[in-house]
Design a protein around this ligand. Structure first.
Ligand code: C5J
Length: 226
């Protein structure tokens, strides 16, 4: 398949060797009372991308593509949360503290779940990651290698933190990465714009970008007869 409208130039991929990676679409970032809000952010900005993410996820599943979900999540004893991360800044609630949706960024807590609209199906890969990047201290690279994956299509939040970090980690591991611009968001619109531009600059130095309508059209196009 060729996504002609991708920037800075067309993105070529095969469905069988491409995974859709959905970064951290968790209640902790998207709903009031979670980690995002505890840092002083307006979380309503992020929920606006949910319908576009749902449409891509449904089309990708229909096409039979591999889906990977990630959650920023720590063990209950916080042994995988460095003090430097927990004590950074001045949030109203720190990682591990009890909030309205349970303990902040702790695996298994209500707030740590992926929002129901994008919940993983049985059999889909769901990775708990202690860092911002999806490859740090996780089995993601090995799982993708086992599946013969060479290309990754990214969605999720936040653009300049966990999405960008994961995309850079993936690029360094040899994956061709595409970010769906209308399926990612930041608490800071200017940071999203800057991240999107820097990822695709210098001849796709980190990867490509595209809008979801073009990917959806491509996925709906029947394969040409041989
Ligand atoms: C943040 C994330 N922003 N998923 N996490 O702390 O981007």
């Amino acid at each position: 398949m060729q996504l002609d409208q991708a920037q800075p130039f067309p993105y070529n991929f095969e469905l069988k060797s491409t995974a859709l990676v959905i970064i951290d679409m968790q209640r902790d970032f998207i709903e009031p009372g979670g980690f995002g809000e505890s840092l002083g952010n307006d979380v309503s900005l992020l929920s606006a991308i949910v319908p576009a993410c749902q449409a891509v996820l449904a089309a990708w599943r229909d096409a039979g593509g591999l889906v990977v979900h990630t959650r920023e999540a720590h063990r209950a004893d916080l042994s995988d949360c460095p003090p430097a991360k927990r004590h950074r800044g001045n949030p109203s609630l720190r990682i591990g503290d009890a909030g309205p949706m349970g303990r902040i960024l702790v695996a298994g807590e209500p707030g740590n779940q992926i929002i129901p609209a994008l919940a993983p199906l049985p059999g889909e890969i769901a990775i708990d990651k202690p860092g911002k990047g999806a490859f740090y201290a996780t089995p993601l690279h090995e799982l993708l290698q086992q599946e013969g994956i060479t290309h990754l299509v990214f969605m999720g939040v936040t653009t300049e933190v966990c999405v960008q970090t994961s995309m850079r980690e993936a690029n360094d591991r040899g994956y061709d990465c595409l970010l769906l611009e209308d399926c990612t968001e930041s608490y800071f619109p200017a940071f999203k714009t800057a991240a999107v531009e820097m990822l695709r600059a210098q001849g796709a130095i980190v990867g490509w970008t595209a809008t979801s309508d073009h990917l959806l059209s491509l996925l709906a196009t029947p394969p040409a007869r041989q």
